[in-house]
Design a protein around this ligand. Structure first.
Ligand code: ATP
Ligand code: LTN
Length: 334
């Protein structure tokens, strides 16, 4: 809660260009939330360097991600869109919270185990304390709700544990956040292996639709999507490929599964895949157009980056000061 309004925080890493999965599962659901909440959406670049990044690439991807937030329709007057690295309170609170987090807790984090296995040559301390920095992100803004996918629930649990522990010692300092699962919490699966989620760091380019893919690429990728051999458009757990395409089609058009089954009754997978490709390409086109417009307007985007970082800084420093006082750090003499 900030200034009497419920607060919401979420972030995405610029580890790749965001996919249709990120858009349908996260970004698209964020668009209406500013009516109800004071919203903060960060490009969490401090988190990104827990795995090795090329500096020029990271800078470019992070800016693209920020512009995609805007292009998708987040109004920067009503949503605070900023780089995590522009608000140093994230790192400062992160340090303090490290001292209130047990190694035993961090040892249980499944994302750490997964990432450590994937990056065996670089299991750094930042990767290990990643969830503590995430807790700092959330708690800095006294967030009431945090929209995340199921994969991030464990990190939200540890955030609540850290906040409760801190509050138990120092009094009511932090709002205890709740996970927020959107109405359409669609989980979009890989087009090449529909039992795995679509992920921006997937090495197979045909597995994901990238938000900036052009129409031909989108249609080609859907044509190649892995399905089954029944050739009937029907939603079923034992048809993960077609069911995934139906979820995508349904989320893009608002049609129900029954309506889709009727629409494609008697037609083969070829027709259906083409229709999904077209609906996605048409749906992403305005976002892409807006993105390329923004890419050309450096001054406008820079202005948003600066103003919103100032706003985020204001609120973040307010919480940080309170925390510093509680733990016993001295005030700077005037
Ligand atoms: P990475 O490949 O780097 O792990 P990712 O594509 O899995 O990235 P995240 O950065 O972990 O994505 O997630 C950003 C947001 O998008 C989160 O809220 C997450 O729950 C959501 N999200 C990610 N993948 C999907 C998906 N396939 N379907 C729906 N939502 C998703
Ligand atoms: N760990 C998240 C990204 C993230 C985040 C956050 C999400 C970092 N800090 C705070 C919500 C709130 C991810 O990988 N999706």
């Amino acid at each position: 809660m900030l200034d009497g309004k419920k607060t919401l925080f979420s972030g995405m890493q610029a580890t790749g260009t965001i996919t249709l999965g990120n858009y349908l599962g996260a970004l698209k659901n964020w668009l209406d939330l500013d009516k109800e909440y004071e919203c903060f959406y960060s490009v969490v670049d401090l988190h990104s360097i827990t795995v090795r990044q090329d500096p020029a690439e990271l800078r470019k991807r992070a800016r693209n991600l920020l512009m995609l937030y805007l292009a998708a329709g987040l109004d920067p007057e009503k949503n605070c869109i900023y780089y995590q690295s522009h608000v140093s309170a994230h790192a400062e609170l992160g340090w303090i919270l490290n001292c209130f987090t047990y190694m035993g807790e961090l040892n249980r984090m499944t994302q750490f185990k997964d990432k450590a296995a994937k990056h065996a040559d670089n299991i750094n301390a930042g990767l290990y304390t990643y969830p503590v920095l995430m807790a700092a992100d959330i708690l800095l803004f006294q967030s009431d709700v945090v929209p995340v996918g199921a994969d991030q629930k464990q990190h939200l649990e540890i955030t609540r544990d850290i906040a409760n522990r801190f509050n138990a010692i120092y009094g009511d300092v932090f709002t205890i956040p709740e996970p927020y699962i959107g109405k359409q919490g669609a989980k979009i699966m890989s087009l090449q292996d529909p039992t795995k989620k679509m992920s921006k760091s997937d090495e197979n380019p045909n597995a994901s639709i990238i938000l900036l893919d052009d129409t031909d690429t989108i249609i080609r990728k859907f044509k190649r999507a892995v399905t089954d051999s029944e050739a009937i458009v029907r939603y079923s757990d034992d048809k993960p490929g077609i069911s995934n395409l139906m979820t995508i089609y349904s989320t893009m058009t608002g049609k129900t599964y029954e309506e889709i089954e009727r629409e494609f009754d008697g037609k083969g997978y070829g027709d259906f895949k083409l229709a999904v490709g077209e609906v996605v390409a048409n749906g992403l086109k305005p976002i892409q157009d807006r993105f390329y417009e923004l890419s050309k307007d450096k001054a406008y985007v820079d202005g948003i980056i600066k103003n919103n970082a100032e706003k985020a800084n204001y609120y973040a420093r307010k919480t940080l000061r309170k925390v510093q006082k509680k733990v016993g750090f001295p005030e700077m003499p005037r």
